[in-house]
Design a protein around this ligand. Structure first.
Ligand code: NAI
Ligand code: MG
Length: 502
């Protein structure tokens, strides 16, 4: 028995509206009049049509953000905080609406959209809302007598955010929060697969009293709207989350006016289980580490290394869970995993499954698209390959889907070397009850985050980001506030006490 979750009237009304860009506080059609469809990946059918921005629309949005900048930067910190907290209160009041919109547009289970996505986004917004009154400079103990030197943190100006579809709300908020809290204005371009919640957020921000032009949203494709933002001479910074290939293009495209660039890219994150760990808990973490959000997660634990003494038991537990997990439409009670975002992404993932088979890895679970009443959606079984070769493509390239590669290891030094042999470096995890080994591994693993006896935990106060081809810069925490501000040093000649010239 399956029960559908009823669409809230507000969700239905929003979806049925005309979706234009939100520029300078007003809904604005594309100059070209072009629109594109966003689909519901559970059905493959059109959910809504939204405006498609090109360079001209991006120009308007950047100009609106530029006009709004001086007043927003000058507003006293406590007032900026109040506006951001008012925005957060409206997000909270509309949490169910946002979660349903995200579930419909992205496909993820409503419960996940509500409990994970919107809760995390809200926590981030409130964390950043408190920053305006805490963003301080420093004084410096310079060695020149008679000088007082201090620094000020100042906003950059107009920032651009280019976000992906996998956690649309969280990714948007991770950039809206620090950009606005530090006094910048923003043009946000959500992913073309999931544009709806960003538009809804823009309206809530306006309703909260955030001045026109401070938060603008343009919808459209990467090659047009995205690229126009990246190359725009009046944009001071681009914050991007998405693929490594596009990240590389953005870095090059931003060189024209030396934009600040922060990049959160892909990964092939290892989760390592030693035989002394709590193996049931470790297997559960390994399962959700890869399959949460149907594997469409930048920190997906797509490489599972299990010590030979625990290999069979852990693999059996992970496979058992994969066979019982409920892969169903997101707007259905009890769904644990939703569909893949698009036909294109499904195709990519299926192609990797073919590659895995042809490379000789043993497929022990899944591998097939789901049929029956799910045939028109993009549903895929959780897929597990065992005894994967380290050099196999399936075990070394980012799949970004529900595909796990399992490897066997025998010693700490060996697994460390193998886990680090990757161009990526986003996340890693170690499961062990040996305290010394845990800290040794935490220090030696090459990645931006290491989880010990847990997986996929975040907090707005903890910096997050990758090394190597997983990106540059950090999101969250004090560090992201630094990335959205310039540091200005001020030298004041004050003379030496007792030597004043009167
Ligand atoms: P993508 O990197 O192409 O898209 C992410 C965002 O960048 C979207 O808003 C898109 O419109 C924009 N974009 C695309 N090309 C651009 C360009 N030339 N200039 C400026 N902006 C541009 O990711 P896509 O195509 O959705 O997925 C492809 C692969 O990327 C996935 O298979 C996965 O490996 C990776 N990916 C990683 C994510 C992460 O969280 N690290 C999120 C989404 C995808
Ligand atoms: Mg969609």
């Amino acid at each position: 028995m399956t029960r559908k979750i009823d669409m809230l009237p507000r969700v239905k009304a929003f979806i049925e509206r005309e979706h234009s860009h939100f520029i300078g506080g007003a809904w604005t059609r594309s100059v070209s009049g072009e629109t594109f469809a966003t689909l519901n990946p559970a059905t493959g059918r059109e959910l809504a049509r939204v405006a498609s921005a090109d360079a001209g629309d991006v120009d308007h949005a950047v100009a609106a953000a530029q006009r709004a900048f001086p007043a927003w930067a000058a507003i006293v910190p406590a007032a900026r905080e109040r506006l951001l907290f008012a925005f957060a209160d409206l997000v909270e009041r509309n949490q169910e609406v946002l979660a349903q919109l995200e579930s419909l547009d992205n496909g993820k289970p409503f419960a996940t959209a509500f409990n994970v996505e919107t809760n995390v986004a809200l926590g981030q917004l409130r964390y950043f809302a408190g920053w305006p009154t805490k963003l301080t400079g420093e004084t410096y103990p310079v060695s020149s007598p008679g000088y007082h030197v201090y620094s000020r943190r100042e906003p950059l100006g107009v920032c651009a955010a280019i976000t992906p579809w996998n956690y649309s709300l969280v990714m948007a908020m991770q950039k809206i929060g620090p950009a606005l809290a530090s006094g910048n204005t923003l043009v946000l371009k959500p992913a073309e697969q999931t544009p709806l919640t960003a538009l809804f957020l823009a309206e809530l921000a306006a309703e909260a009293g955030i001045p026109a032009g401070v938060l603008n949203v343009v919808t459209g494709f990467g090659k047009s709207a995205g690229r126009a933002l990246v190359t725009h001479s009046d944009v001071a910074k681009v914050g991007f989350t998405g693929s490594t290939e596009v990240g590389r293009e953005i870095l090059a495209g931003a060189a024209g006016n030396f934009k600040r660039v922060s990049l959160e890219l892909g990964g092939k994150s290892p989760l390592i289980i030693f035989p002394d760990a709590d193996l049931d808990a470790a297997a559960d973490a390994a399962f959700w580490g890869i399959f949460a959000n149907s594997g469409q997660n930048c920190v997906a634990a797509s490489r599972l290394y299990v010590h030979a003494d625990a290999y069979d038991r852990v693999l059996e537990a992970v496979v058992a869970r994969a066979r019982t997990v409920r892969v169903r439409p997101g707007m259905e009670e009890g769904s644990e995993l939703g569909p893949i975002i698009s036909a294109e992404q499904l195709g990519r993932v299926q192609h990797y499954i073919e590659i895995g088979r042809s490379e000789g890895a043993e497929l022990v679970s899944g591998g097939e698209r789901l049929g029956g009443d799910l045939a028109s959606g993009y549903f895929l079984q959780p897929t597990i390959f065992r005894d994967v070769d380290d050099t196999a493509r399936i075990g070394s390239e980012e799949v970004f889907g529900p595909v796990l590669s399992v490897f066997r290891f025998r010693s700490e030094a060996e697994v460390l070397e193998r886990a680090n042999r990757t161009k990526f470096g986003l996340a890693a995890a170690v499961w062990t009850n040996d305290l010394s080994r845990a800290h040794r591994m935490a220090a030696a693993l090459r990645s931006g985050v290491v989880w010990i006896n847990t997986y996929d935990w975040f907090d707005p106060s903890v910096p997050f980001g990758g090394i190597g081809q997983s990106g540059q810069g950090r999101e969250l925490g004090r560090q992201v506030m630094e990335m959205y501000t310039e540091l200005k040093s001020v030298w004041v000649k004050i003379g030496v006490s007792g030597e004043e010239r009167v």
